[in-house]
Ligand binder design. Structure first.
Ligand SMILES: Nc1nc2c(ncn2[C@@H]2O[C@H](COP(=O)(O)OP(=O)(O)OP(=O)(O)O)[C@@H](O)[C@H]2O)c(=O)[nH]1
Ligand SMILES: [Mg+2]
Length: 344
């Protein structure tokens, strides 16, 4: 026996981490245990069916017990989203003792190339705060196609004790829609700029905003920020109130100087006050639930149909016959209709 191998215990086995029980999961969530929340989010990312079943069960058993504000922060790449979240997050965690979770929307998207929250240095203060949970990067998370990544992470965090869930989403299109569908409030950041104030942001995205924030309102950019503020106020005055009757405001902010956090909070609180009247927030959240159901059930049905052997055989035989000229498109579709009718 060599000197080295004498130290090796032949019966040693790396111990597997103990399985998490449902009770532990629910209790840890309630207690706001960050490690456990991260563990649950990883479980939801796992491709193992038993992990996914566990998360589904957990989400159904543990209902949200606390009123959590769910806010999307969006804007073009580099507009200052992460810096704003760090500055505002620092403000509410430090001075108001609030707890906040920061989640990326669509981290696996082509366009963001995983940059969202990848660079934690942009959230220097929040990333070391005990009151802030920042979701680490993930490739993709979809809970077996039941819900998009960000929605699942949000559902998990909503069942914990956070006062705020803030979604960071890059201002390029699809991820905004996804963010809008899971948040109560949509904040659009715009930066000081000369002339091209709308900064490539589509009108549809402007119309989704519940608050506009002009970032980087400091130093040599201040004059530009004031000009941009006026232009956005002008553009905003032409926008109609949204379906709930809300009209967004436009404010300035500087993350470098931590200025504008009080007015951001004031506007956010005013929005919630408004949305809590006449059950508006409930209505919005119910609409979002039915949207999620509609979208995911369509995807689920399509998936089911495409994986059905009988159907896929029928589809390929129909397209064969189409290619050989034995059938025309209409005839093939009628055939398909008959097969579908037989199926259900
Ligand atoms: N002058 C000034 N610059 C800022 C401010 N906030 C952010 N910046 C700068 O703007 C750049 C982008 O900031 P981020 O906070 O990373 O912007 P982002 O929108 O999260 O960027 P992506 O996630 O890459 O789309 C950085 O170089 C920041 O230093 C601010 O308040 N004032
Ligand atoms: Mg960022």
């Amino acid at each position: 026996m060599t000197n080295k191998s004498r130290h090796i215990n032949p019966s040693f086995r790396a111990s597997k981490p103990a399985e998490l029980s449902m009770d532990q999961g629910i209790r840890g969530l309630r207690e706001g245990d960050f490690d456990l929340i991260a563990q649950l989010i990883s479980k939801a990312e796992s491709k193992l069916l038993k992990d996914q079943a566990f998360i589904r069960e957990l989400l159904m058993q543990a209902k949200p017990v606390k009123e959590t504000r769910k806010i999307a922060v969006s804007g073009a790449p580099g507009v200052g989203k992460s810096s704003f979240i760090d500055s505002f997050g620092h403000f509410i965690t430090t001075f108001l003792s609030k707890k906040v979770a920061v989640l990326p929307v669509d981290p696996s998207s082509q366009l963001s190339k995983g940059s969202i929250l990848g660079d934690k240095t942009r959230m220097e203060r929040l990333s070391i705060s005990e009151k802030a949970f920042i979701k680490p990067m993930s490739s993709s998370l979809s809970l077996g196609g039941l819900a998009p990544a960000s929605a699942v992470a949000s559902m998990i965090c909503e069942r914990s004790d956070f006062d705020y869930i803030i979604f960071e989403t890059v201002g390029v299109g699809q991820s905004e829609i996804e963010a809008r569908n899971i948040s109560d409030m949509f904040i659009l950041l715009l930066q000081p700029g000369g002339g091209d104030e709308l900064q490539g942001i589509k009108r549809g995205i402007m119309e989704m905003a519940d608050l506009f924030i002009i970032t980087k309102s400091d130093g040599s950019l201040l004059d530009n920020a004031d000009a941009t503020l006026r232009q956005i106020r002008q553009a905003n005055s032409l926008l109609l109130k949204n379906a709930f009757g809300w009209k967004p405001s436009v404010i300035k902010h500087s993350s470098y100087n931590d200025e504008g956090n009080d007015s951001a909070l004031e506007k956010i609180s005013a929005y919630y006050e408004f949305m809590n009247l006449e059950g508006r927030l409930d209505r919005l959240r119910k609409e979002q639930e039915s949207q999620l159901f509609k979208k995911q059930s369509n995807a689920m049905l399509l998936d089911y149909v495409l994986n059905n052997q009988k159907l896929s055989d029928a589809l390929s035989s129909l397209s064969d016959r189409l290619n050989k000229g034995e059938l025309e498109a209409l005839g093939a579709l009628e055939n398909l209709q008959n097969i579908l009718d037989d199926l259900v």
